[in-house]
Ligand binder design. Structure first.
Ligand code: PHB
Length: 249
């Protein structure tokens, strides 16, 4: 791979360009991309132009740049995330119909919970998750499920901190978090009231494939709502998703 004078490969530079986009920052100018990627302006403009020609980035009428539809298409093609989402979606819809609050599906991705899907309801409580958005493992109910079942080394890294608070009741004490994770493994459910936002509780259960936890299925409820019926719905849906995954192998 041809390297730049800095010794960085073209793939590394392209990755840096693409990494400047986030769930909160979806449109940028080429100059902003260059600055955020730490690339010389001429290099950034050339890379952005080439990525636009390849369809991996798109430019709007105001010359602002966003991730291209082709990138989405390629990323989803044959991906394990897509297989999981397809298996889960009908059962998420069932939960959604009964519970009438947000229902979401998350996987562990580079030390965070990455949300693959979210179904909403017009009257649902406030919810900060977004499709292709991330939340910290120690704060969201999905993240807690994924962390409880993660490799011990990852769990220890997260427990070593910093455990930054997100909501008023995020567990930020390592000892308390360790006990909470043990409880989640024992009971098979994470209940996180006020951990992300004061007004809501996250409830999440694990989804397994070949015996391993591969995702978390969750609902965001108003704080005062009864959790028990929701836990039953989530568990039933997780079981159906697991059956679907077995059949689609
Ligand atoms: C959660 O998963 O715990 C969660 C996510 C988003 C919210 C609230 C709770 O807005």
């Amino acid at each position: 791979m041809a390297n730049s004078p800095s010794g960085e490969s073209i793939i590394e530079r392209i990755t840096r360009v693409l990494d400047t986009f986030s769930a909160d920052r979806t449109v940028q100018t080429a100059s902003e991309i260059g600055r955020r990627a730490g690339l010389p302006s001429a290099t950034a403009h050339r890379l952005v132009d080439e990525l636009i020609s390849a369809g991996l980035l798109e430019r709007d009428e105001e010359r602002r740049v966003r991730l291209g539809m082709r990138l989405w298409e390629l990323a989803l093609r044959g991906s394990t995330a897509l297989r999981l989402r397809q298996a889960a979606l009908p059962h998420m819809e069932t939960v959604q119909t009964v519970v009438r609050e947000h229902t979401q599906l998350a996987v562990l991705e580079q030390n965070e919970a990455l949300f693959l899907e979210r179904l909403s309801h017009p009257a649902a409580v406030s919810n900060i998750t977004r499709v292709a958005g991330r939340l910290p493992l120690h704060a969201s109910s999905s993240g807690l499920v994924l962390l409880a079942h993660a490799e011990p080394a990852l769990r220890e890294r997260v427990l070593a901190g910093p455990l930054t608070p997100v909501g008023p009741e995020t567990v930020t004490d390592a000892g308390a978090l360790r006990r909470l994770l043990t409880d989640i493994r024992r009971t098979g459910v994470a209940v996180a009231p006020g951990s992300i936002e004061a007004v809501s509780s996250g409830i999440a259960v694990p989804v397994r494939d070949r015996g391993e936890v591969i995702a978390a299925l969750s609902v965001v409820l108003p704080r005062e709502a009864d959790e028990e019926p929701v836990i039953r719905e989530l568990r039933a849906a997780a079981t159906r998703i697991e059956a679907e995954l077995r059949e689609s192998r």
